[in-house]
Design a protein around this ligand. Structure first.
Ligand code: CU
Length: 941
């Protein structure tokens, strides 16, 4: 039974604004009398389904029936999911699934099956047709725990699941669920031979589709995701991947937002103010309506898998995840929205012949290979199931309209995770293929290959290109591990004489002419000094792991530069080009497998290769440690050279992409033309010098991001092993600054490329009415779970105990006269300097950030008609992992009264404060030699 039609799912029913809801309820359950209550609607006390206070009981005994009436008031703000549950005394039954949702839809809406648009009565997935407005797809997701926290979850055979997953260390595998379904990584990684597949826990290529919900849609479909916390045990934080696929915190406060406006948008409306979110913390009983900007595929209009999960890492590793599958061609079993032009049906390669492509090429049998080959991973037979450099595709030269391009041989191995039909329809008799696939068998082969499908309108491989191959690592993306294999790296690239499949693309990730900022990022293992040394404790996390710019690797490893989470910056309208390599040795990490990747939020990107996570049928986006996995240069190579002499060239095949100088700022990416013994010849010459001993190989990925709007600070992090990696430091942020900004060291004034403390020199407003020119900036992560101190800011801590051991007097606990300045970041500013704290939570519970003596706004661009801020200021915010705030201090440093002095900032959770997650903001009354003034601001002499 596929999940879509599975009768075992939470009951989701629907009503419209202004409707009377009449429920004929029969109790057939054992275990007592039950009623049915709907939260947030109007009802008579006799009709409430429970017995609260002096209200009469309205539950019914087993075998009995009654009718309940609820009323949806005439008010648009009632739209959304309302919790359906029995009386509140039945908490235990609720924790085992006695709950559902009533989705309130716009006035007069009708509800339809996503399969064929027939009317439906219930179900988590629906097509909603409101009169006078565009139809939208609706996905109702109920997040919940299984049982209470003392309950032992059992498997299908009745055996208790472990409290701690032996494959990942995650707590309570199988107990974190969406719509009664859980897909703990444990269930995937326990497959024999899966030890090196931890990076592919979300991968359908390696493990098949998960048991959890897979909403499906077509690019540009208007979409509302309605989330409800139906459990009662712990908070969750909904997070949706995919970059420019965001929603408003407060859509009704943003008159410029309209769910109906979908499709490609490289310059989205900055909006009247409500903040764009891709993470939302929610607790028991809370629900949110996420109206997706740009619709399915986001404003960048990608096709592919858009992962969603609770961002609390132990929750998603324990099963609370799924993905939204967005197609670019029409699929069996998924009806187009009734008011949208249907996408084309995919064709095989022969079906492209005679069509004219966006670059002006008319496809012929003669130029077909020039068109298709650059869009596929390099052709070759992988050396083993971990060889991601090639993909074993073929052409059938005997077929009608030959050549016809075929994918890998279908995997017919028996693996329970994809032998069931799940949300994506399967091809009968071919458990790993999709409905709509056609197969061919090559001479001499004993199994079929699926014909590769193409979008006939643009000649791209239709998503998904890949089909499951159980236990294998997926291939890297084509076009040199491009970050944008589907959308293209750059928009509107001019065409040439030859066929150029990446030319003429309106949806190329970066608009042509956008400035490109390049960051070569390396993950390294390095000791991190977390706390000041005290007798008996050096305060060093010997197992630290961080992202670092390649240019800084040697300085960090040599102790010349303090290790910290990586903050990088780009301006609105900039294109960011990233290479990622990994030099964390296997021996340095949990279970001896050190792969890393880099997942970013919020910016526009191509989810098929820049998400960081190889979700579903995406390309490989994680990398092994290159010093082990790849060879080194046996002799130096320099500009103009096309040959590489390597310590071992046996892993390379013609056509594969090779990064020369992995882990260095000089990294260059080329294509292998030929291999002879240990010499590799490249198709293009090198531009830079590379020393003997430097590495060259296939373990690298490229990402491409477009910072389309002023979205403030953006979280990024490793997504392979957050349980172990985030507390050690594998987190970062991209800060999107106003147009025209430059970034400077506050001490020297020199321009900088990274770092938590920066002066931002600009003439563009950060937030109208608050900061309209240059400002000072602190990137601040509250990172918890570190082995030196459970609570840190930016991997640094100033534990109270270290101070009270010296002087137990609490009245001077925070005195720098008594104890010196704390070890934590210490931003400095002159009175009145504009200052912004860019903060992100990296913990497993909710934390608060408090800034003493100052206030700031949760929403910085929530303005009235006269451009005055309408938001309410606060001095403390709470946030869960991945939630971020830009705290622009009202009145600047020293507040509206412009008072100099030292001000405390701290994590407000008592034990975290005591463990050292606090620091000082120093507001200086007059000019000092080692702090540059901001342009246009003259400090007192
Ligand atoms: Cu959670």
């Amino acid at each position: 039974i596929g999940l879509r039609d599975d009768p075992i799912q939470p009951l989701v029913i629907r009503a419209n604004i202004g409707d009377c809801v009449e429920i004929n309820f029969t109790n057939n359950a054992s275990g007592g009398d039950f009623g049915m209550h709907i939260d947030g609607l109007a009802f008579d006390a006799q009709n409430s389904g429970d017995a609260v206070g002096r209200n009469p009981s309205s539950s019914v005994a087993r075998g009995q029936s009654r009718t309940y009436r609820f009323y949806v008031p005439e008010d648009d703000t009632f739209e959304g999911t309302h919790y359906v549950r029995p009386g509140p005394g039945n908490r235990d039954a609720v924790s085992h699934g006695l709950f559902g949702g009533l989705a309130v839809e716009p006035r007069g809406s009708t509800y339809h099956s996503p399969k064929d648009l027939s009317p439906i009565d219930s179900g988590w997935e629906a097509v909603i047709r409101p009169p006078g407005k565009k139809a939208f797809r609706e996905y109702v997701q109920l997040y919940h725990e299984i049982g209470n926290e003392d309950y032992d979850v059992v498997d299908a055979a009745g055996a208790k699941l472990p409290r701690v997953d032996p494959t990942t260390d995650s707590y309570r595998p199988g107990a974190r669920a969406i719509n009664y379904r859980s897909e703990p990584f444990m269930r995937r990684l326990e497959r024999p031979g899966a030890e090196d597949e931890k990076a592919h826990g979300y991968g359908s290529y390696t493990f098949g589709d998960p048991a959890t919900v897979i909403p499906r849609g077509y690019q540009g479909d208007p979409t509302k995701i309605r989330i409800l916390h139906a459990g009662a045990e712990v908070f969750h934080i909904f997070h949706l991947h995919g970059g420019g696929i965001r929603w408003r915190l407060n859509p009704k406060a943003d008159p410029l937002f309209d769910y109906q406006k979908t499709g490609l948008d490289k310059n989205p409306e900055e909006g009247a103010g409500s903040t764009r979110l891709d993470s939302q913390a929610f607790g028991p009983g809370e629900s949110y309506d996420l109206e997706i900007e740009g619709g399915a595929g986001g404003v960048q209009q990608g096709a592919g898998e858009f992962l969603f999960h609770c961002h609390i890492i132990e929750h998603y590793v324990s099963g609370m995840w799924g993905f939204w599958r967005v197609f670019d061609t029409r699929q069996p079993g998924l009806a187009p929205l009734p008011d949208r032009v249907p996408l084309p049906t995919a064709v095989d390669s022969a079906g492209l012949v005679g069509r004219t492509m966006p670059d002006g090429t008319t496809i012929t049998q003669a130029n077909l290979d020039d068109w298709i080959r650059p869009q596929l991973p390099p052709q070759g037979v992988p050396a083993d199931d971990q060889d991601a450099a090639v993909w074993d595709w073929k052409t059938d030269e005997r077929a009608a309209g030959a050549p016809v391009y075929l994918g890998e041989r279908e995997d017919r191995s028996a693996w329970a995770n994809y032998t069931n039909a799940r949300d994506t329809e399967k091809l009968d008799g071919h458990p790993s293929l999709m409905a709509g696939d056609a197969v061919a068998r090559l001479e001499g082969e004993t199994v079929d290959r699926p014909k590769i499908r193409f979008n006939p309108s643009n000649g791209r491989p239709a998503f998904p290109l890949l089909r499951p191959q159980v236990g294998k690592r997926p291939p890297f993306s084509p076009n040199k591990h491009s970050g944008a294999p589907y959308l293209g790296e750059t928009g509107n690239v001019p065409s040439g004489a030859a066929p150029s499949p990446f030319a003429g693309r309106q949806d190329g990730i970066c608009p042509s002419g956008a400035p490109v900022r390049t960051f070569n990022i390396v993950t390294i293992a390095t000791p991190v000094p977390v706390a000041k040394p005290v007798p008996g404790n050096a305060g060093v996390d010997a197992g630290g792991q961080i992202f670092v710019l390649a240019q800084d690797v040697e300085d960090v490893l040599a102790g010349r530069k303090q290790p910290e989470p990586l903050a990088i910056r780009a301006n609105v309208g900039d294109c960011v080009a990233v290479t990622l390599t990994n030099r964390i040795p296997d021996a340095a990490v949990d279970r001896g497998f050190s792969k890393t990747n880099l997942h970013i939020h919020h910016v526009q990107f191509d989810t098929q290769a820049s998400d960081g996570v190889s979700t579903g049928l995406s390309y490989e986006q994680s990398v092994e440690d290159y010093p082990t996995a790849d060879p080194q240069l046996a002799a130096s190579a320099g500009p103009g050279s096309r040959t590489l002499s390597l310590t071992d060239a046996s892993k390379f095949q013609p056509g594969v992409a090779i990064a020369v100088g992995q882990g260095t700022e000089e990294i260059e990416i080329r294509t292998v033309e030929s291999v002879s013994a240990n010499t590799v010849t490249l198709t293009e010459a090198l531009d830079k010098d590379h020393s003997a001993g430097h590495s060259a190989g296939t373990e690298f990925v490229q990402s491409r991001w477009y910072a389309d709007v002023l979205m403030d600070n953006v979280f990024w992090h490793d997504h392979v092993d957050g349980i172990h990696g985030w507390p050690k430091g594998l987190v970062g942020q991209l800060i999107v600054e106003p147009k025209g900004s430059t970034y400077h060291d506050p001490v020297t004034g020199n321009q900088i490329r990274s770092g938590a403390l920066a002066d931002i020199r600009t003439t563009s407003p950060l937030a109208t009415g608050q900061v309209e020119g240059s400002f000072r900036e602190l990137a601040l992560w509250t990172i918890n779970g570190n082995s030196v101190s459970d609570s840190t800011v930016n991997l640094r801590a100033e534990p109270w105990a270290n101070r009270t051991a010296v002087d137990p007097d609490p009245s001077v606990l925070f005195s720098s006269w008594r104890h010196g300045d704390p070890n934590t970041p210490l931003p400095r500013a002159y009175t009145g300097d504009p200052i912004a704290i860019r903060t992100i939570n990296v913990g497993t519970t909710l934390d608060t950030l408090k800034v003493d003596g100052h206030r700031f706004f949760r929403e910085n661009r929530f303005l009235d008609g006269e451009n005055r801020t309408k938001a309410t200021p606060t001095d403390t915010v709470h946030y869960g992992v991945s939630e971020r705030y830009t705290a622009i201090l009202d009145g600047g440093a020293g507040g509206p009264e412009q008072r100099p002095g030292d001000y405390l900032y701290a994590n407000g959770i008592g034990r975290r404060f005591r463990q050292g997650a606090w620091g000082l903001l120093r507001v200086l009354p007059r000019r000092v030699g080692d702090l540059q003034p901001l342009p246009g601001r003259e400090p007192n002499a």
